[in-house]
Design a protein around this ligand. Sequence first.
Ligand code: NAI
Ligand code: MG
Length: 372
Amino acid sequence: MSKYKIAWLPGDGIGVEVMDAARIVLNRLQLDAEYIPGDIGWEFWCREGDAFPARTVDLLNRVDAAMFGAITSKPVKAAEKELAPALQGKGHSYRSPIVRMRQLFDLYVCLRPCKAYPGNPLNFKEGLDLVVFRENTEDLYAGVEFNPVPPELAAVLSTLSKPFAPFAKLAGCDYAISCKVNTRAGSERIARAAFEFARQAKRKKITIVHKANVVRATDGLFLETAQAVAREFPEIAVDDANIDAICMWLLKNPFNYDVLLAPNLYGDIISDLSAQMVGGLGFGCSGNTGKKLAVFEPSHGSAPKYAGLNKCNPIATILGAKMMLDWLGETAKGSALDAAVAAVIKEGKVRTYDMGGSSTTTQMAQAIADKL
Ligand code: NAI
Ligand code: MG
């Protein structure tokens, strides 16, 4: 029997190709693992009315970790049109499988390392090494949404909130409400994860990202909770920044930042910005971790226009595999993989289209495997 059981979820579009590429390097590393394929993505939505079928949920309950490629998502109404005719009008409603997975398995940490590998022609600046800790289960992504707004909700809000008055006059179908829900416990555990990481990795500073001056209730709670956790880690410097301002400051003075800690939506935004500073979507990877399960993925989507062309950069997914190795405790293999990626980038002979080259997805994976 293998030491590890890994759920293998390629999903849609280029998800399939970048995951095949990740397997090339994992196989070369001879990780003692059984890779168990799982169904996820658009075809299962269209055929079964569920992009994240119950059997895949069962699979995730039985594994040590999962690797996930990418899925295609569409807005609710467009999604309903593509459902098999027999399923239409039966109350199926599309929700992103990755968001559901994060909530169902309480994968509350989204960890996104953004390191500029020396010699990557796409680096914004050489030497960048940022890490984003994004809360992964709450905030505007909690899924508490109303469109149309039910009259009972409007009635309660009218009595409780003065600023609601102009909206109270509208018909329910003429506005929508998405609730931003942040808890003290949720804010505390992501803050603790970030500070513990910083302590262990000998990082010097954490910047708490928020908009507490305007979004006072939720972001106020997040900021105050994170600052309280910070007091337990006196050796780590702490500051905070508004989400809008930091988008500017990160570009202006990127070396002023080290670890960024943010609630869900702002974390999503700064991780794309940070990923772009170290090469863009072909380099951005992400670990969604909870107490029992961890799911590793590239940050990019299914890039339908490149699907099947064996053209996209697999490095983001390969770095996701590196994060998985570290999480499993296979840190020697994780470091070897990191060094192999660094060596191929530095050499500059094998480059995918986004890096200005014409190597294929498979050639990139092969080149990395050959350095192992
Ligand atoms: P995308 O990330 O799929 O692609 C945007 C563009 O980025 C591509 O057209 C390509 O030019 C570039 N790109 C992406 N990955 C790359 C790679 N590995 N190497 C080189 N270039 C790469 O985002 P888009 O086009 O907005 O969304 C396509 C679909 O993916 C949508 O259905 C969307 O909902 C879904 N999506 C899924 C995500 C996930 O599964 N976690 C995340 C983001 C989007
Ligand atoms: Mg995103």
